[in-house]
Ligand binder design. Structure first.
Ligand SMILES: [Zn+2]
Length: 211
């Protein structure tokens, strides 16, 4: 019954989500929570589900974990929060062309160090890419693919097309895979259109009348 309840909750939360916009797993992870230090268990598991790190069945089981094994769930959640906090600092520094502090990279290395796995060539959206397949032991493997994705992005160096949405109130990161390399918005449908509407309103607004 627990599993069934979990499964239902999981299905509902997946359908209610917005699409992943970051273009890289590590960026979508950081975008998941505006306050990384308070990332919730449900947010974490939901993210792992929509980004296909885990199946929906596994997601349903994991949603029930804080009840069945609170210590294990809390341990993983703390690691996920730490990783999220560090990655936000890393990507902010990269975006501002600033130095990445070694202690931020250490959160990535902590996970890479303890997770075993292998690379596989995966064909998706017309291109081949390398995907890290973690060996499923303990719970740390759940963060392995995110850590690997972050390591790859950092290793791209200053040439990485890491962007922050041009809407200053948005705060979402994305990887600019556009042909022109001029993508400005996390999503044209969200921030891009909002900007267009605001610009239109500015242009056509009636100047204030003074008497
Ligand atoms: Zn945006």
């Amino acid at each position: 019954m627990l599993v069934l309840t979990g499964y239902l909750r999981f299905s509902v939360s997946i359908s209610a989500t917005s699409p992943l916009l970051g273009g890289r797993l590590c960026l979508d992870f950081v975008n998941t929570s505006v306050a990384p230090s308070s990332l919730s268990w449900d947010e974490l598991i939901h993210f792992l589900g929509v980004s296909r790190v885990i199946s929906s069945e596994r997601g349903a089981q994991l949603l029930a974990l804080p009840e069945s094994d609170p210590q294990a769930a809390e341990g993983l959640l703390q690691k996920a929060r730490q990783l999220c906090v560090s990655l936000r600092k890393v990507f902010t520094a990269m975006h501002r062309k600033q130095k990445i502090a070694s202690e931020w990279a250490e959160s990535v290395n902590d996970i890479l160090r303890i997770t075993e796995g292998h690379d596989e060539l995966v064909f998706e959206n017309g291109v081949w890419r390398i995907e890290f397949i973690a060996r499923e032991g303990g719970l740390d493997w759940l963060l392995a693919a995110v850590a690997r994705s972050a390591a790859e992005l950092v290793a791209e160096g200053p040439g990485a097309r890491l962007r922050l949405c041009a809407n200053p109130r948005c705060g979402l990161f994305f990887y600019d895979n556009s042909r022109t390399h001029r993508r400005r918005w996390c999503s044209m449908a969200i921030c891009g259109n909002r900007n267009k509407v605001a610009a239109f309103a500015r242009k056509h607004s009636t100047p204030p009348q003074y008497s």
